[in-house]
Ligand binder design. Structure first.
Ligand code: NAG
Ligand code: NAG
Ligand code: NAG
Ligand code: NAG
Ligand code: NAG
Ligand code: NAG
Ligand code: NAG
Ligand code: NAG
Ligand code: NAG
Ligand code: NAG
Ligand code: NAG
Length: 655
């Protein structure tokens, strides 16, 4: 025989790969966490200032520290004004001791002088309502002009005149709103304030806390950047872990994240030396995180400082009590009655209603910085003393230790652990059954995870991958499926870090890359995978036969009891000879003819494809298909090598 027909050839090839045949039982699985996926905020990569915090003015209040000295970064003069930083004897506030002095200098006496700020590496200017404010001190009888203009051509897109109310010896707040007449062609724009030098008595004016916001997410004052917040909302997250991360720990014992310095009027927030190479404003503070939770319907997971700094120094047992008291005060501020000491502080800031707070994590990665003695101190006294004090006062709070069972800490129930697997994709593949080691009482949060190292690399020595990449996303899908299979023991999981400003970053692998120009926001391969898996919740697992993976196909099955939908999530890793994997999934109790939606993700650029903010591509191909159940509720489809799929079976139609 020489000739085979095309049809026969196809038949032979298909026959060579047997379908993976999976039976899903009608019941018998565990209930799962109601908050399987969430978000984690860490002030890295300008994720806060210049990121999700919508403030457009960089270095708006000349905050600094011995680590990051006060500077004029971001500011330039207009028409020969002389700019300098002054530490006045009467500052705007003790939290903001430095201000901008604008002297008439050698500018033309006829012209308006002033200063401008080029934002967080540009300002996105559109026809929308910007709201701004600034404080000024000095004698000026005239008007200020606030404007948004091109840094390249000086073209003004919008401006507003603000009558001066300034006084010689007083800091006076000026507020304004500004609607540009046209969209700027690029984000190479700046915000300027000008005034008539002739009408200034005394040769100069002092300015501070110069602020400008575009419209914010859900219209919240001092709120979040809309496009980024909406991208997160679309992930269907259920919790927010904040305020970090390493940012919580602080660079040294003198500078942990201090909750009470991040609340109230912006002029009372001193800011702090961050741990990622820059000063932070703390404009995005404790109350702002809670507003974020309110506006996105997220459960707060509050991390309290546990007495360990990132340089490895930690608080001795005899000195720990004030910090335990501080954590109790913070919790009372969030959820205590308005009649309590710190609850009344909250009420004085306009929020008499307590917030809900059910999860408190003690520290961050206490197994890492300062180990071994810092870790020993955590196990010996820091964790037990914080835990005891919080449980005594708030017995309903779920305490979470910052290490997990996988970091060699035995955590007595009901406390939970926190696991942070930053991995090679192959590791997620190899560790699929890792959570089998957790007993029913070993609750674990996955407070951070991401595929960050290339396969076969030397992990941290080899550094991070330049961007999230496709096979990394498939590895993450396998990991997410593993967490869902242990959904009774895994409180929830969150990718980290979630944001990267392309103009200043420290960590290359993040869910969303962005810059000032909102049209450049890039959803990574990791984002697309996370979104598909996160937006199809399972509230109770269903046992399957086979019970676990085949050589390449990893899966979890369950039901969403809120909608009655059966859900099957799968990821296909490397296959033999790169063959496709035919899949047959039969659900007990699902009758023939029932419809299901299959969403399949593949890469158009193979395992190493990634979404590049420079070119704005998307290598993730999404295919949607309606499948119909055959006999015994069986759905059939094909998973290519390195693909991720979710099948959601429509609940029985009632007519
Ligand atoms: C824009 O204005 C600045 C002064 O604010 C000036 O130095 C610069 O030359 C102007 N650029 C253009 C293109 O006119
Ligand atoms: C500003 O001056 C005050 C006292 O006048 C001082 O305590 C503070 O350290 C100074 N700040 C800076 C950043 O120089
Ligand atoms: C812009 O917002 C401010 C403050 O919210 C408001 O007072 C003003 O009316 C708005 N302007 C326009 C044109 O919508
Ligand atoms: C401010 O300027 C206006 C108009 O030039 C003038 O009428 C007014 O007297 C001035 N006020 C002060 C306090 O100098
Ligand atoms: C405009 O701003 C972008 C983003 O900061 C920058 O990469 C680019 O070089 C700027 N273009 C010019 C012509 O300055
Ligand atoms: C903790 O105690 C040791 C021994 O007394 C001392 O050397 C160390 O400085 C103390 N650490 C702190 C942060 O106070
Ligand atoms: C846990 O123990 C293993 C085995 O001794 C060790 O390799 C690992 O570094 C330990 N992890 C931590 C976080 O201490
Ligand atoms: C699970 O929790 C129990 C009860 O707190 C504890 O005794 C046990 O050591 C934990 N299991 C593991 C694997 O750490
Ligand atoms: C239910 O959870 C327990 C541990 O909590 C686990 O041992 C068991 O395998 C789970 N059952 C199913 C069907 O997944
Ligand atoms: C399931 O995957 C693991 C890797 O996690 C692999 O070692 C194992 O062989 C797979 N199971 C089967 C039945 O192929
Ligand atoms: C899967 O294939 C990739 C290349 O696409 C390779 O780097 C990786 O090591 C393979 N993983 C396994 C477990 O075979």
């Amino acid at each position: 025989m020489v000739f085979l027909s095309g049809a026969a050839l196809v038949g032979l090839l298909v026959a060579s790969v047997a379908a993976v045949d999976i039976k899903v039982q009608a019941s018998g699985g565990n209930k799962t966490s109601r908050m399987p996926y969430g978000l984690m905020h860490e002030d890295i990569n300008n994720a806060g200032d210049g990121g999700i915090y919508a403030e457009l003015i960089r270095n708006r209040a000349f905050q600094g520290s011995s680590r990051y000295p006060v500077s004029l970064a971001g500011w330039t003069p207009i028409n020969g004004a002389a700019l300098s930083i002054k530490n006045l004897t009467a500052p705007l506030s003790s939290a903001l001791p430095n201000s901008l002095n604008v002297a008439t200098g050698n500018g033309s006496p006829d012209s308006e002088i002033g200063f401008r700020n080029d934002g967080f590496w540009g300002i996105d200017v559109r026809v929308q309502n910007y709201t701004g404010s600034f404080y000024v001190r000095g004698s000026y009888n005239g008007s200020f002009t606030a404007s948004l203009s091109s840094t390249l051509t000086n073209e003004t897109f919008g401006s507003v005149s603000i009558p001066s109310q300034s006084k010689n010896d007083e800091w006076i707040k000026h507020e304004f709103s500004l609607v540009p007449k046209s969209n700027a062609p690029s984000s190479n724009n700046s915000f300027g304030i000008q005034f008539d030098a002739k009408s200034v008595i005394g040769g100069s004016l002092d300015f501070n806390l110069i602020s400008l916001f575009p419209p914010t997410y859900k219209g919240r004052e001092n709120g979040l950047r809309v496009d980024i917040a909406e991208a997160f909302e679309a992930l269907g997250p259920k919790f927010l872990r904040f305020p970090g991360g390493n940012a919580l720990e602080g660079p040294n014992l003198a500078n942990p994240w201090k909750w009470d310095e991040t609340i109230g009027d912006l002029k009372n927030r001193p800011g702090r030396p961050g741990v990622w190479g820059y000063q932070t404003s703390d404009g995005l503070g404790l109350v702002d995180y809670l507003h974020w939770c309110d506006d996105m319907e997220l459960e707060p997971i509050l991390a309290v400082w546990s007495g360990l700094a990132l340089d490895g120094a930690y608080i001795n047992e005899t000195d720990l009590q004030p910090w335990i008291d501080d954590a109790l005060a913070e919790i009372e501020f969030i959820r205590g009655p308005a009649s309590s000491t710190y609850g009344s502080l909250r009420a004085s800031l306009g929020h008499p209603e307590p917030w809900k707070l059910s999860y408190v994590e003690i520290g961050n990665e206490d197994w890492l910085a300062g180990a071994p003695s810092g870790y020993d101190s955590y196990i010996e006294y820091r964790f037990p003393l914080f835990k005891q004090a919080i449980e005594e006062k708030y017995p309903d709070i779920q305490i979470i230790a910052s290490p997990s069972k996988f970091d060699n800490m035995t955590i007595a129930a009901p406390a939970a652990g926190d696991y942070h697997p930053y991995r090679q994709p192959n590791d997620y593949y190899a560790e699929f059954s890792k959570f089998d080691a957790l007993g029913p009482e070993n609750l674990t949060l996955v407070g951070e995870f991401a595929a960050v190292h290339p396969n076969g690399g030397r992990d941290w020595d080899a550094g991070l991958h330049p961007f999230p990449w496709w096979i990394g996303g498939v590895g993450e899908a396998i990991f997410m499926i593993a967490t869902e299979r242990a959904g009774d023991r895994i409180i929830g999981s969150t990718y980290a870090p979630i944001l990267r400003n392309m103009n200043r970053w420290q960590w290359s692998v993040c869910m969303i890359e962005f810059e000032a120009d909102n049209s450049k926001t890039t959803l990574s391969t990791a984002y697309h995978v996370f979104k598909l898996i996160s937006t199809h919740p399972i509230t109770a697992n269903l046992p399957t036969t086979p019970s676990t993976n085949t050589s390449s196909l990893f899966f979890v099955a369950g039901v969403n009891e809120d909608t009655g939908a059966h859900v099957f999530k799968s990821a296909n890793y490397n296959t033999t000879n790169h063959e496709d994997t035919p899949v047959k999934v039969g659900f007990a109790g699902v009758e023939q003819g029932r419809k299901a939606q299959l969403t399949l993700l593949t890469s158009t650029e193979g395992p190493f494809g990634f979404n590049d903010p420079k070119i704005g591509n998307n290598v993730v191909k999404e295919t949607n298909e309606e499948l119909v159940a055959g006999s015994e509720g069986v759905f059939e489809w094909t998973m290519p090598e390195l693909s991720v799929a979710v099948l959601e079976v429509s609940p029985e139609e009632k007519e």
